[in-house]
Write a protein that binds this ligand. Structure first.
Ligand SMILES: NC(=O)c1ccc[n+]([C@@H]2O[C@H](COP(=O)([O-])OP(=O)(O)OC[C@H]3O[C@@H](n4cnc5c(N)ncnc54)[C@H](OP(=O)(O)O)[C@@H]3O)[C@@H](O)[C@H]2O)c1
Length: 333
């Protein structure tokens, strides 16, 4: 089968279309004929050599989000059958024509969605669900700030928080991106993008958040070091920050006194390194709780652009340019 491989880490051109042996499903696994692949920041980091996949995955082949058709099943598989459409997350190797995955680690594609839209769902919505509810403990009526809200995961977090009754604050470094996000959500038939939009400039957003909401109950942060102090000032007492990304930088000084006196919590999470049992748990959450929200139109994947499977280099360059608003997806014809 064909697969995108990185033999020598580096710029986007380090990706080369090569050949790998067809994988074979184990007893509890399904073989998926990959039709679409979601591009993620983690793929860029892996390509640059700074984010290897978990043990057991080929270090050369990136890709952690796929949609496709089950083309063979292991002899103990009971819940999936050949010909079924599935999507999901995998530790690595999704930039390929085929992959194998545990049957219970697959997600059901909501009705009426094609493979390109399906490949835009798992990473964004599962990461957002876990950050908001499993780690962040968000409740209806509470204020949540999504710092870096125009990101793929950020948009999913806005949708989920709104659908489940929380109030949302969205930040972006550029005001026009928030306007564009509002238009994009409207075009998808979603009632609202966010309750408050704030531009993330040198002044920070804490003062506005405190004045307008009394402080956020929860912050889901993708930006990292440059905004840590401002986030702590934007939280109300006993507020929580869930760290999902560090796109702006990783090292910051933290005032432990503030953390202590205001009883704040700082929680970090990653999806990729989760053991298979935890991934299966999340897959079940998607199938039980999120699928109905997609079916009723309260959640919608935001797809920015598709590229042919052969255009992975261009897709990586687009992600690094940073002008996209939503997911970038590779599609196999
Ligand atoms: N922990 C996990 O398991 C997990 C899972 C998935 C993703 N992530 C992380 O979550 C983050 C978002 O991922 P994504 O795929 O949704 O990203 P994406 O769609 O490419 O969006 C990145 C967003 O970050 C914002 N941003 C803020 N500061 C930035 C900076 N200094 N440089 C570049 N962009 C900046 C940009 O918004 P504006 O231009 O509008 O400001 C941009 O829309 C990434 O850091 C990713 O690695 C983590």
């Amino acid at each position: 089968m064909r697969a995108w491989l990185v033999e020598n880490p580096g710029e986007a051109e380090a990706l080369n279309l090569g050949e790998l042996k067809n994988p074979k499903p184990g007893p509890h696994e399904v073989l998926v004929d990959v039709r679409a692949i979601g591009i993620n920041r983690a793929d860029i980091l892996q390509r640059k050599g700074s984010y290897p996949p978990p043990p057991g995955f080929d270090e050369r082949c990136p890709g952690l989000e796929y949609a496709g058709e089950v083309s063979a099943i292991g002899n103990r598989v009971v819940g999936r059958s050949v010909g079924e459409s599935v999507m999901g997350l995998i530790g690595g190797g999704a930039y390929a024509e085929k992959l194998v995955v545990h049957e219970r680690d697959t997600l059901t594609i909501p009705p009426y969605y094609d493979y390109a839209h399906a490949a835009a769902m798992p990473e964004a919505f599962l990461t957002a669900y876990r950050a908001l509810y499993l780690e962040g403990g968000l409740q209806a009526g509470q204020w949540v700030m999504i710092r870096g809200a125009t990101s793929g995961v950020g948009q999913a977090a806005l949708q989920l928080a709104h659908a489940l009754g929380a109030r949302t604050i969205a930040t972006s470094r550029r005001g026009e991106r928030l306007d564009e996000l509002t238009e994009r959500f409207k075009a998808l038939g979603l009632s609202q993008a966010f309750d408050i939009g704030l531009v993330d400039d040198d002044q920070g957003v804490a003062k506005s958040v405190q004045e307008r909401t009394g402080g956020a109950h929860l912050i889901v942060d993708f930006v990292g070091a440059p905004v840590l102090a401002d986030n702590m000032a934007a939280l109300r007492d006993e507020g929580r920050q869930v760290q999902v990304g560090i796109i702006g930088g990783a090292s910051a000084e933290i005032n432990m006194g503030t953390l202590l006196m205001r009883r704040l919590s700082l929680i970090a999470m990653t999806m990729r390194s989760l053991p298979v049992e935890r991934k299966i748990e999340l897959a079940q959450i998607f199938n039980d709780r999120l699928l109905p929200l997609f079916e009723s139109g309260r959640l919608r994947p935001v797809l920015d652009q598709t590229f042919d499977f052969e255009q992975a280099v261009a897709a990586h360059k687009a992600m690094e340019a940073g002008d996209h608003l939503g997911k970038l997806v590779l599609v196999r014809g």
